[in-house]
Ligand binder design. Structure first.
Ligand code: ZN
Length: 86
């Protein structure tokens, strides 16, 4: 048995995740890192680390332990900075 793994953006359910077809959350187009792991926790962990590297290279960001796609990352970053100003 294999285990399918795919990164999904944490912001994908929010209204600002969609602007237009060409400007939307990458998870709407299933454009996250995706790989097949073997049926063992060691394989899942190894593939997860590979996917983390792929995601960072593609422009994703891990913010407070959650992954955001390149479309949503600036929205989250701007919100964080706004909250920090208060
Ligand atoms: Zn997104």
């Amino acid at each position: 048995m294999g285990i399918w793994m795919e990164f999904r953006c944490e912001n994908r359910d929010k209204p600002n995740a969609y602007t237009s077809y060409d400007n939307e959350c990458w998870s709407y187009q299933n454009h996250g890192a995706m790989e097949m792991a073997n049926d063992s926790s060691a394989s899942v962990l190894r593939i997860l680390k590979i996917m983390e590297k792929q995601s960072l290279k593609a422009g994703w960001a891990k913010i407070k332990g959650k992954w955001y796609c390149p479309h949503c990352k600036p929205l989250i970053t701007a919100k964080s900075e706004k909250m920090a100003e208060k």
